[in-house]
Design a protein around this ligand. Sequence first.
Ligand SMILES: Cc1ncc(COP(=O)(O)O)c(C=O)c1O
Length: 431
Amino acid sequence: MKDDLKKLLDSDNKYVWHPYSAMDSDLPVYPVESAHGVRIKLNDGRELVDGMSSWWCTIHGYNHPVMNAALTKQLDRMAHVMFGGLTHEPAVELAEKLVELTPEPMQSVFFSDSGSVSVEVAMKMAIQYWNANNQPEKQKFLTIRYGYHGDTFGAMSVTDPVNGMHSLFSDTLAQQLFVDAPTCRFGEACSDDNIAPFRQQLETNQDQIAAVILEPIVQGAGGMRFYSAEYLRRVSEICSEHDVLLILDEIATGFGRTGKLFACEHADISPDIMCIGKSLTGGYMTLAATVTTEEISRTISNGNPGVFMHGPTFMANPLACTAANTSIRLLLESPWRQNIASIEQGLLKGLQPCAQLNNVKDVRVLGAIGVVELHQPVDMKTIQPMLVDAGVWVRPFGRLVYLMPPYIINYSDLGTLTAAVYEVLSFLDNN
Ligand SMILES: Cc1ncc(COP(=O)(O)O)c(C=O)c1O
């Protein structure tokens, strides 16, 4: 290893904390020199085909010339300006676009820094709405197990209690209501029995419940589960019948990932509040939005204290809004539905052979998401270097080895990804 590379890694190991990691960890981290299209170039010269879209964001690939040009132009105008008392074209354009693209009742847009914060904002909106409606006792949230909504305290309180390690934070974390996750899978019907636990929990506690919060169709980081669109439709109906708001967390699913622009379209429903993040900026920088109906924003604004109580420093950052406007334009001008459909076919064909392996429990694909669920958790120390040696960037977690490639990936690179997953898993199966 070259001296400068060794120095970088030594300092990283000594000073830098990585996500969900220990300091001074013996797990490998790989220095990245640059990234282009669907390729991540490591400092040691190796190039990896990207199967992760950098945690599901980089839908147009890295270093996109149109994105780069738009950001450079905006940089010449201003990188940032505060949003209290000031406004700017990139934010207004983006808000208009989000209102146009999200289901029809969505009319008001609140920008924030990250997915987790947009969930906090959604939860605060729900509570302020009921306060303004003279029902301040509605403070709790109902959700389903295996969900993931982020790492801040409000978001953590509605994340799966086991995955979210609630016991560690039990004295601080708000106590919310949970029901078992749906067992009816995507493409299946939802029977009265399937929905009964949800209905019962909601009906028992409706006076206290401000909102139900769910990831529509795909439960991402909590288990990569794809559930019935009819279940989601019935959840929406039950919420409306019982005066409970519905928050849909589209942070991972938004902008085409499941084959629809937003996953709630599979169930043909619209929420009261929607959270959007991740691929909003094409993976260029962090930005999220919480979008809601005119009814909710007007009620909050007309209630006490007459304002919505949130306002982050970097709210509606102009560079991030420009990235989002450009990314959305690129997406809508591309044949994204066809691209996702052909990625879905490629994932199905390429990952299906994994189903024959003894260590594999299930293989499932939806849109540009391919999941191989194993019987046992992976050993990251073993599997990560094997995947890198196979020329791919794939980052498994728990019992899940999954692919969420950029939408611009071609058939051959997709084949490289699926073949690498199969080869690595079959080697581990035999050893
Ligand atoms: C569904 C969902 N909600 C919220 C979040 C949190 O977003 P962020 O990491 O930007 O805070 C994530 C991140 O993985 C997510 O998948």
